[in-house]
Design a protein around this ligand. Structure first.
Ligand code: ZN
Length: 88
């Protein structure tokens, strides 16, 4: 019985929580940079990328779950459109 509690509490529930957050991250930012540029090739410029919504080059790069997070969310600083994700 104790092993079941251990498995549930320390493995299954954290795995579900991790899966939920990962799924939400991918739902909020469905495109990778490659997919984004395939859909919006005009958004690649000589010195970076720009927003497909308003054309602004000012992009916001925030960590998902903290400033140092490896999963990054790239959105537009001007119109707040969610552009793509970067997973290092
Ligand atoms: Zn924009």
């Amino acid at each position: 019985m104790a092993i079941l509690v251990y498995l549930l509490g320390f493995i299954a529930i954290p795995a579900l929580i991790f899966y939920y957050h990962h799924a939400k991250y991918r739902r909020d930012y469905p495109l990778t940079l490659e997919m984004y540029l395939a859909q919006h090739p005009e958004c690649k410029t000589d010195n970076g990328y720009k927003c497909s919504g308003c054309g602004s080059k000012s992009l916001r790069n925030l960590g998902y779950g903290g400033a140092e997070a490896k999963r990054r969310m790239i959105s537009c600083n001007h119109c707040a459109k969610r552009l793509y994700r970067v997973e290092n």
